[in-house]
Each structure stands twice: as structure tokens, then as C-alpha cells.
Ligand binder design. Structure first.
Ligand code: ZN
Ligand code: ZN
Ligand code: ZN
Length: 142
């Protein structure tokens, strides 16, 4: 994958500034980034130790970053013992494609608002469990 950085404009002020350089979020992971309603069987959050994958951590991004820092976790892969500069992970944030974990991304709150969720990303995984959990218009009324 190409090194991609967009240091210019990372604001989200409506659609008036559509910048083609920006690839936008990775739809494939975006679908899985919303918190599930119930606990997850096999996942434990590396940051808060809750029963969920770190990508779905319900903590606000700033608190996620603070907690990971307090625990000395790499801000990219959330393992202990090295910094992001030393990290071998090729992972990139699914929201902004920068080198940090999605749980602490400043764009997390933006994309967790279903009003900002790109329709092209497909149905949100987990949303069907409890439609009212997610704000915004629901597509799931039967
Ligand atoms: Zn968590
Ligand atoms: Zn790392
Ligand atoms: Zn990010």
C-alpha cells in the first residue's frame, strides 16, 4: 500500500471541501468499528480490557489515547514495550489512514455518527442487534 499522508485539511466541514487526494476511510473496517450491544466472546480490548475488540472500544477517542498512553501501549498496535516509531505493524487507521489505532483516532467520533457514515461502506456490523443504540435515522424498521 502506498504511503499516504494528508496533512493539509483534516476538518470535516460538510461536503464543500471534497478533496480528491484524500482517500477517505477504509470501508471494509469501518463496518466493524461500531460498538456491539453485548459483550464479545473472544475479544478483550487491549486498552480498557472490556469485552470487545479494541476497534470497537466505546471510549471516546481522547480517553482511549490517554489510557493507552498510561498503560504504555504502542499507539498503533496497542502492544506494550515499544513506541509507534519502532512498531513493525503495517496497520493503518481505518478512519484516516494515518499510523495510529482507530480507537484513538480523532475522526472516530465523526464516523461513529451514523449521519457521517458513508453509505458505500455497506451495512454496519452489529447494528442490527439494537437499532436504537445508534443515533440517527434507522434503516432497520420493519
Ligand atoms: Zn475498550
Ligand atoms: Zn506497535
Ligand atoms: Zn485515524
Amino acid at each position: 500500500m502506498n504511503e499516504f499522508r494528508d496533512n493539509g485539511n483534516s476538518g470535516h466541514n460538510g461536503n464543500q471541501n471534497k478533496n480528491n487526494r484524500k482517500e477517505g476511510p477504509m470501508n471494509k473496517v469501518l463496518r466493524f468499528s461500531f460498538p456491539f450491544i453485548g459483550p464479545e466472546q473472544r475479544n478483550t480490548c487491549k486498552t480498557c480490557n472490556g469485552p470487545h475488540h479494541s476497534i470497537r472500544c466505546p471510549l471516546p477517542s481522547w480517553e482511549f489515547r490517554r489510557m493507552a498512553k498510561d498503560k504504555n501501549l504502542c499507539e498503533l498496535c496497542l502492544n506494550e514495550g515499544h513506541s509507534v516509531q519502532q512498531c513493525n505493524s503495517t496497520f493503518r487507521c481505518g478512519y484516516c489512514r494515518d499510523r495510529h489505532h482507530m480507537g484513538g483516532c480523532k475522526e472516530k467520533e465523526y464516523y461513529r455518527d451514523v449521519n457521517n457514515y458513508p453509505a458505500s461502506a455497506g451495512p454496519i456490523v452489529g447494528q442490527e442487534l439494537e437499532e436504537t443504540f445508534f443515533r440517527g435515522p434507522s434503516q432497520y424498521h420493519h
